[in-house]
Design a protein around this ligand. Structure first.
Ligand code: 6CS
Length: 283
C-alpha cells in the first residue's frame, strides 16, 4: 500500500485526527520549553514603584517582577528581562511578540481579560490622587473632577485611571496623559494639572520621594474599586499561564507569596480573597 493511501484507512485517519487535536497543546507547552532554552522571560513593566521599578543601573525590582522572577525560576527559566511600556501599549506589545508576559500591575478589567490570559490575582490596590496642599478644589473622587469644569487630571496613557476618569465624565480635553510619575509630580507642582491619579501605593511612593510640603494625597478615592492585577500572557500561551498559576498557588499556600509582596506594601490576603473569574466579570 502506498504512503498516500494510508490516510484513507481508519487507522491512518485516527492518527491524523490525533496529531491535529494535540498540535495546539504541543505548541502551547513548547512556549515554556522556548523560554527555558532562551534562559529568560521578556516582561513588560511600567516603572511605577512599588508595582515595578527600574534603578539607574538598570536593575529591575518592584513587587510584580519579584513574584514573576521567583515563579519563572521555579519553572526552569532563570531570569527575567524587562522593557518599559505605557499601560496602553502593553497588550499590543504582548500580542505582537515583543513581550512574553506583562508583569506590571496591569489591573484585570473585562476588556483586558478578553485580550490576554491572566494569572490568578497578585497585586491589589485602591485609587488615589496627588493634589496641591489643602485640596483647594475639594477633589475626593473622579466625579468631583468631572463636576469641576476647570479641573485638569493627569493619568498614565491607556490606564485604568484614565478609563475610570472618562467613565465618571471627565472630558477628554481635561485629561492629560502623563508619561511617568516624575512628570506627573512636576506638572502638578507647576500647576499644569490639578490632580495626578495613580493607585494608592504608587502615589504614596511618589509623594514621599518628592518631599514637597505643598503636595498632598487624597486616598482612597470614593468611586474607585479595589483593583487587582495578574501576570498577563498571550491567549495562545494558556499552558504557560497554567504552569505559572500552579506555582503561584503553592507560594500563596506556603506564605512565600506574602513574604515577597508585603514588604512592598501589598496585601497577600487581598489577592487571595478574590479570583481572576470574579475580577474579569466585574463591571
Ligand atoms: O492597570 C492599570 O492600568 C493601572 N495599574 C497601575 C499599577 N497603575 C496605573 C494604572 O492605572
Amino acid at each position: 500500500m502506498k504512503i498516500r493511501d494510508i490516510w484513507k484507512t481508519a487507522a491512518g485517519t485516527n492518527a491524523l485526527v490525533a496529531i491535529i487535536a494535540t498540535a495546539p497543546a504541543l505548541a502551547e507547552d513548547s512556549k515554556l520549553e522556548e523560554l527555558k532554552a532562551q534562559g529568560f522571560a521578556r516582561v513588560a513593566i511600567a516603572n511605577e514603584p512599588p508595582f515595578t521599578a527600574v534603578a539607574a543601573d538598570g536593575k529591575v525590582s518592584g513587587a510584580a517582577p519579584a513574584v514573576a522572577r521567583e515563579i519563572f525560576k521555579r519553572l526552569g527559566v532563570p531570569e527575567i528581562v524587562a522593557s518599559i511600556s505605557e499601560y496602553g501599549a502593553m497588550i499590543p506589545g504582548l500580542q505582537a511578540g515583543r513581550h512574553d508576559v506583562i508583569t506590571a500591575g496591569l489591573f484585570m478589567k473585562p476588556e483586558r481579560c478578553a485580550a490576554v490570559a491572566y494569572s490568578q490575582p497578585i497585586l491589589c490596590d485602591a485609587g488615589a490622587l496627588a493634589i496641591r496642599k489643602g485640596n483647594p478644589l475639594s477633589l475626593t473622587s473622579y466625579k468631583d473632577l468631572a463636576a469641576n469644569q476647570n479641573a485638569k487630571l493627569g493619568v498614565p496613557g491607556g490606564s485604568t485611571d484614565e478609563k475610570l476618569a472618562l467613565q465618571a465624565g471627565v472630558p477628554r480635553d481635561r485629561l492629560i496623559v502623563v508619561p511617568d510619575g516624575q512628570s506627573g509630580m512636576k506638572m502638578l507642582q507647576d500647576g499644569r494639572i490639578d490632580a495626578y491619579a495613580l493607585p494608592v501605593l504608587s502615589i504614596n511612593d511618589l509623594v514621599n520621594k518628592a518631599k514637597d510640603p505643598n503636595i498632598e494625597v487624597v486616598a482612597p478615592l470614593k468611586d474607585v474599586p479595589i483593583n487587582c492585577d495578574g501576570a498577563a500572557f498571550r491567549k495562545g500561551d494558556q499552558a504557560l499561564r497554567d504552569a505559572f498559576d500552579v506555582e503561584l498557588a503553592k507560594m500563596k499556600k506556603s506564605g512565600e507569596f506574602a513574604k515577597i509582596i508585603e514588604p512592598y506594601g501589598f496585601s497577600a490576603a487581598a489577592a487571595m480573597a478574590t479570583s481572576r473569574e470574579k475580577l474579569c466579570a466585574a463591571k
